[in-house]
Design a binder for this molecule. Structure first.
Ligand SMILES: [Zn+2]
Length: 57
């Protein structure tokens, strides 16, 4: 169960083999390589998972 998805390239990554883990807005994102890291850091909001917020309150 140590699998995660690289949000930039969409690859599945083993946590132990990830290039880096970036913490962004309370979530962890695994990046597979320096290129994906750079891309994520350039536009983190483009790749970050959007939190579901309850509306109507
Ligand atoms: Zn990648």
């Amino acid at each position: 169960m140590n699998k995660n998805i690289d949000p930039v390239c969409g690859k599945r990554i083993n946590v132990n083999k990830a290039h880096i883990v970036i913490h962004f807005e309370g979530e962890d994102y695994l990046l597979c390589c320096p290129q994906c890291q750079k891309e994520f850091e350039t536009q983190p909001r483009k790749y970050a998972r959007k939190k579901q917020k309850n509306k109507g309150r």
